[in-house]
Design a protein around this ligand. Sequence first.
Ligand code: ZN
Length: 330
Amino acid sequence: MTMSARSLAWHLVCRLYAVGYPVKEASLSRNERIGLQRLQQDKAVELAPVRLDYVMCPYCQQLDGPVTLEEGKMVCHCPDCGPVELDDEDKQAWQLKPDWLTRKIRAALNLDGSQQAELAPGIVRLGLFDRHPVVIAPKLITLQTCPDLIERAQVGRCAEPWFFTPRPLKGVDSQVLGRRAYWWSLEERFALFGGGLSFIPPGAEIEELGSEPSGPTHGPFSADFRWVFLEDAPGDPVLLSDAQSAIFKALWYFRGKPETAEVIMTKAGLDSLKPVDIFKVKTSNKGDPRYERPKLAYDTLVQTRRREGLYWLPCAVPQKHANEAIAEAG
Ligand SMILES: [Zn+2]
């Protein structure tokens, strides 16, 4: 299965967090470079200073060699390969922006930060979610070697602590830390959306993520109306629920002609009173881009005349008609 740019980017975030030091651009795989592009757009990563007097040989990636400047070019002198010129990507390394991950997880889970504490070096409790203390760390092994970890994570009479780390290479069970705590991999429990993170509750999956379209088909929408491309993040389409996509599909059907809520809801095959009801963000989902982005799409794309109770989609006006309307207005 081909992974979407958003999954590749999120996996790279987890790797950068696990590694904990800047990763050279030249060492990234082809997939990781796709992810890096997304992270650059989302301003999640920054360039890190790289040591350039002595580097890993760009040719064999086995031995270190001293670097000299020759006719304006940087050359590594590898004991095996001899002189090897450095490319730009050999001189660039990337790291996560400080606090980016904690800020985004706090936002995704709606944590207020009052219970944030460093339990041990690198092991941070971010707050309480649904009475569960939420703790993140770069490595599972660090958790396993920290004494009294579960006691330290607890706050008052809370539920079992939830620990999140990047997925270790070998497979592990959610009860790897014993029966009084849960462990989850960051890769599985969060997804990148619109520059933020969305929490995927245990047991839930977002199966459509793999089939992200490369571009819009009907106006800003994908062919199946499950995705919408917004101008603020054109490379990061918004995933809609079935009901939300039915609303947009119905509005699209009326080609920009104002219709009543009743007509639109009937066309969409939904019971709610008004289209906006389908896009409302529940208090528990505030700050989660998976719910906020569809609402933003609705607010951006749908026009309403509240007094008459009319709704329409200006972008659905057929192009020829739109031009005529502009000509008439002018
Ligand atoms: Zn070499």
